[in-house]
Design a protein around this ligand. Structure first.
Ligand code: B4P
Length: 185
């Protein structure tokens, strides 16, 4: 059985950044629901057309759409030996759907990246300058943080003592060292 890792954390916490580095280190696929949804929007697929307004507003895309997308992705051969989930599950219903699709052992390691709110906003505003993502305006960032606190933060209780908190402050490489150290223990 390979690694089944989940990155939890607020928007701007570094989930995508660290998951991509870990994917290169471990060789198991990096499954980012945010990236998959942005691709669907860019490709103007039916899913993308349904998801676009939710994403632009900083709201969660409806569970049925996201769950179907993830189930299809996890059924591919490259996910048989493990995966790194980034941004999914984002609420308790998604967590239950993941367990129903894959089993109780759908995730074996949960890493929570902890970052101060001011730093989150700074990072996302910098990314807005660089990439022009439509959900990286200050008002939308603040709303995404509220959604995170209401919907996603409770997953820490849902998963209980299995969640390991990693200090996500500081340099990207320093955070990655902490992630690797956490996985090694
Ligand atoms: P995501 O793509 O998951 O967006 P995110 O939470 O902002 O995280 P991301 O991975 O992009 O950023 P990261 O923290 O790595 O979701 C976007 C939208 O998609 C959601 O709002 C929602 O609408 C929808 N969606 C996605 N999944 C869903 C689901 N399961 N259910 C329903 N809807 C869903 O990095 C942010 C920035 O910080 C980057 O620019 C990075 O370079 C920088 N950074 C990272 N680490 C740093 C560090 N240590 N120091 C300085 N900068 C750092």
């Amino acid at each position: 059985m390979g690694r089944r890792i989940l990155f939890l954390g607020p928007p701007g916490g570094g989930k995508g950044t660290q998951a991509q580095m870990l994917h290169r280190a471990l060789g198991v696929p990096h499954i980012s629901t945010g990236e998959m949804l942005r691709e669907a929007v860019a490709d103007d697929t039916e899913l993308g057309r349904k998801a676009a307004a939710y994403m632009a507003a900083g709201d969660l895309v409806p569970d049925d759409l996201v769950v179907a997308m993830v189930e299809e992705r996890l059924a591919r051969d490259d996910a048989a030996c493990g995966y790194i989930l980034d941004g999914f599950p984002r609420n308790a219903d998604q967590a239950r759907a993941l367990e129903a699709a894959v089993g109780a052992d759908a995730v074996d390691t949960m890493l929570y990246l902890a970052v101060d709110e001011d730093e989150l906003v700074t990072r996302l505003l910098k990314r807005a300058e660089r990439e022009g993502r439509c959900d990286d305006t200050e008002a939308t960032i603040r709303h995404r943080l509220e959604v995170f606190l209401a919907e996603t933060q409770p997953l820490v209780d849902y998963y209980g003592g299995a969640v390991r908190t990693v200090d996500g402050m500081g340099e990207i490489k320093a955070v990655f060292c902490r992630v690797i150290n956490e996985l090694a223990t």
